[in-house]
Design a binder for this molecule. Structure first.
Ligand SMILES: Cc1ncc(COP(=O)(O)O)c(C=O)c1O
Length: 409
């Protein structure tokens, strides 16, 4: 017989890893609001409001600013399968795990994928990317802004002009960065950008904000294939149609646009959550939120350094919202993380690939880019490090982080 578990009742956690992080309470409240029908005027109004709010978050005038239902990866996949024609050359500069993900998705979209690499912990110079563009002559440049696996934040501000000069479409994955680091979709010349809610935007995973330039919209609309049953006379049927139905951005745009084409059923509770993430961000002010992330990140950095932990990578290019620290010699990384979780209710992150077992990743983002969250984490980390035999200066991490906050006040 099936044993019926009790209702969901999660333990109290302070999520200080590289994401997901604890959501803003108001986002969770918004997500428990009653459902309405998908064409209820309330719903279509909420969709339009969400589009306008995300124009503010992305810093864009792009009409095609919307949500893809699914986690960040859904946004990436929608962008790449809709923008890449089979056989297109795509350039992916890889500086961590998520660059590999872009290359993988582009390959599945039948692109001829070219990658360039740099050591984990570094970023690319604009000239290295331009040199590769001149050599490869890609149709699309696909690059991660903040690669969470290494904590590095790739500067994008000069890449739009380079792409425009060479007639290349410019896409970025801003999942880890949006809301906590500078992002200027229009000023930087982005054609497409995607994100998720579970990092600096302070929501749960499950909705992927996306914005597309007019040039990108023209391309995806030219490859749209409207499915039988809802297709109308005169609807286009391009021979090189997008090979995914769910991620055909042309159809998704027609669902979000005046035609209100019945593609998927918009995930209502996720829409409410995504709308609230953008609403609280813009209420606080985009620059103020980025500054809050910068201060929290600087405080955490000062704190871990004061605890004697070595910071991984080129700190000058670190994202505001996450830091990677080398696990001290002799400290069992997984056991120490488990102790933080079990005894303090605090989660920090492990790592992937070449960094696995070598570094922990500690996040300060969204709702948790807060002084009390930073100081509590440092105090607990100090206790756990000491328990596992590391030599740590008493109170040093908290004091250093508090000093950063005092300096910023
Ligand atoms: C930079 C980046 N891109 C993509 C993803 C994939 O996101 P998701 O797990 O929401 O699909 C992540 C997840 O951590 C990420 O950090």
């Amino acid at each position: 017989m099936t044993t019926i578990p009790g209702p969901i009742d999660p333990p109290t956690r302070l999520l200080m890893g590289p994401g997901p992080i604890s959501a803003y309470p108001s986002v969770l409240r918004a997500m428990s609001a009653p459902l309405v029908g998908q064409y209820d005027p309330f719903m279509t109004t909420a969709m339009a409001q969400t589009q306008e709010l995300y124009r503010g978050v992305w810093s864009t005038a792009n009409d095609a600013t919307l949500l893809v239902d699914g986690t960040s990866r859904a946004g990436i996949e929608a962008a790449l399968v809709s923008l890449i024609r089979p056989g297109d050359r795509v350039l992916v500069p890889v500086f961590g795990r998520f660059g590999h993900l872009l290359a993988e998705i582009a390959e599945r979209a039948m692109a001829e994928v070219h990658t360039i690499g740099t050591a984990w912990g570094q970023v690319f110079t604009p000239s290295a990317i331009e040199e590769a563009i001149e050599r490869v002559r890609p149709a699309v440049l696909a690059i991660v802004q903040g690669d969470t696996s290494t904590t590095m934040n790739q500067p994008l501000d000069e890449l739009g002009a380079i792409c425009a000069k060479h007639g290349v479409l410019f896409y970025t994955d801003a999942t880890a960065t949006l809301g906590g680091n500078a992002f200027e979709a229009d000023e930087w010349g982005l054609d497409a950008a995607t994100a998720g809610l579970q990092k600096c935007l302070g929501g749960p995973s499950g909705s992927a904000p996306i914005t597309l330039s007019d040039r990108a919209v023209a391309l995806v609309q030219s490859r749209k294939k409207i499915e039988a049953g809802i297709r109308e006379p005169g609807d286009p049927s391009a021979p090189d149609f997008v090979r995914s139905n769910y991620f055909d951005l042309g159809m998704i745009l027609d669902y979000w646009g005046p035609r209100r084409l019945n593609h998927h059923t918009e995930a209502t509770s996720m829409l409410y959550g995504a709308r609230e993430c953008a609403r609280v961000l813009l209420l606080e002010g985009r620059d103020a939120v980025i500054e809050r992330h910068r201060i929290a990140g600087s405080a955490m950095l000062a704190g871990v350094e004061a605890l004697g932990l070595a910071v991984f990578g080129d700190v000058a290019h670190k994202m505001n919202n996450v830091v990677a620290v080398e696990i001290p010699e002799g400290v069992p990384g997984d056991a120490a993380r488990a102790a933080l979780l079990e005894d303090f209710g605090i989660e920090i992150g492990t790592s992937f690939g070449p960094l696995h077992g070598r570094v922990w990743r500690i996040g300060t983002m969204g709702y948790n880019a807060r002084k009390d969250a930073v100081l509590t984490t440092l105090a607990a980390l100090e206790a756990v490090l000491a328990r596992f035999g590391a030599v740590v200066p008493t109170g040093g991490g908290v004091e250093a982080a508090a000093g950063v906050y005092a300096g910023a006040a």
